[in-house]
Design a protein. Sequence first.
Length: 180
Amino acid sequence: MSKRINLREFQQDLIDRMQAEGRGGEQISTLGVRIAEQNWLVDMRDIGGVLPLPPLAPVPLAKPWFLGMINVRGALYGVTDLAAYLHAGKAASAGLGQAVATGSGQASGAAANRILLVADRYAFNAALLVERVSGLRNARNWTQNEVDGQIQYRDEQGNSWHKLDIAGLLMQPDFLHISA
């Protein structure tokens, strides 16, 4: 019988090996993702896992950015479409800011969509839908500035990146109140 491997341990081991091989031992601590057609950086310590978008269980009378619930390894997670959440309250045309189109409780988003599970250290079963994951990024040498209270980076190619503050997101009253 083969040895059973914990998925979280496997993911962390893979990240550690990629970092050691690709950067000569230098740690890469951020994951690049695409949200609302913008580049974002997420601290790897804030992520408990990355997975494709599974079938959703709808939640009646929820705000449009709250897509529903998913079951991951026996734990229920509330799924937030980050693009729709970030654009909530702004004038939006049909579909602007939404990572997926939803209907009858099932998501029909793009194959590149991914779910980021919020790390266990927050004790908050939240799952964040992003348009796609673009891989590990090392932003240590990128230029950095603050715009409207948000940290922004510019990479070597001149692309703009925003920093996603998971702890701050989880404390926002609007994020915690999903009822429409």
